[in-house]
Design a protein around this ligand. Sequence first.
Ligand SMILES: Nc1ncnc2c1ncn2[C@@H]1O[C@H](COP(=O)(O)OP(=O)(O)OP(=O)(O)O)[C@@H](O)[C@H]1O
Ligand SMILES: [Mg+2]
Length: 369
Amino acid sequence: MADQDCIIELRGVSKRFDDLLALDGIDLGIRNGEFLTLLGPSGCGKTTILRILSGFEAPTEGDVFIAGRRVNDMPPERRQVNTVFQNYALFPHMTVEANVGFGLRMQRTDRAEAARRVADVLRTVHMDGFAKRRPGRLSGGQQQRVAIARAVVNNPLVLLLDEPFSALDAKLRKAMQLEIKHLQRQLGITFVFVTHDQQEAFAMSDRVVVMNEGRIEQIGSPQEIYENPANLTVARFVGDINILDATIAEKINGVRYRAVVEGSSMPVETRRSFAPGDDVKVLLRPEDLRVWRAVDERPEGPFLTGRIEETVYKGATVDIIVRLEGEDGGKTLLAQEYFNEDDQEISYATGETVAVTWVNGWEVVLPDA
Ligand SMILES: Nc1ncnc2c1ncn2[C@@H]1O[C@H](COP(=O)(O)OP(=O)(O)OP(=O)(O)O)[C@@H](O)[C@H]1O
Ligand SMILES: [Mg+2]
């Protein structure tokens, strides 16, 4: 039996193309009404998952369920799964409303009913003023909206979107991200979105599936994945992160350990279990590091020592690159500080000695795999 809360389930799905294993044992439940994003580098298998969901590819192994039914052998047109393609694939000789109404005409939907649904969906995507235009006379963002209108007009169970913004410039891309997110909430249709852009995935999704080399590395909310990456692959892929070498020195209690981090004794917290002598990685986001001008200005407690290598102004924030003390030159850390009222100027001299601290407990400790 398939999971009742899931509109789609993949169970042990593998896909082999000749000697290439494109998907390797994918287990994934997609919840009804959620905005789910598949995130991962080029070639990791994102499009292959969409093609298996839509029925254009069959899994080599495993099962696919849609709305509780095993659909491995069900043809695409019977699945109630629609796809918005990267190139939009609009018919150039048809008007916007004819493009959007095409599927309804094919299904011989009553003409008045079809006209009403087309008008409704064009209003939803803010394209009601363009019903009589042809796609060639629309901007990229407008064509994108028509493509989405065409895909949702017959109320699919699931909408699949494969890198739909890749043809748009950065500004329009940001605007479309918000628009699609609102549209999804408004329609209540399950969206499965594909991107290799982490910020895009985080901005839009209820849950993100981080993929690598045909496997799922982690599934979670953007916050869960950002704050608690399951492994180093995920940590490196989702945003800037500092990865410090450390060795567990002693277990203090429950979740608290003392570790030697880049040569300095520091407290760390983790729910993972380690023994003294274990090599680990301590992960810290740039915004979680604090840099203290002079070593004697820092607050009480342990710290790392280094020298300012570079500062990069970014408007609201400043990136601070610190080279830690160390025999072989030391590792560089990236810290990011926000300007605030009583701290108008963040100006460090290159080479200045600084202390680096973080709020105890904000670090992520992973086995050194
Ligand atoms: N029809 C096919 N025949 C042979 N190999 C294929 C086929 N389709 C995909 N592949 C291979 O399977 C792997 C996964 O491809 P897929 O298109 O799913 O990647 P992707 O994550 O969508 O990448 P991108 O971000 O570049 O679009 C790749 O190595 C790809 O070359
Ligand atoms: Mg792809």
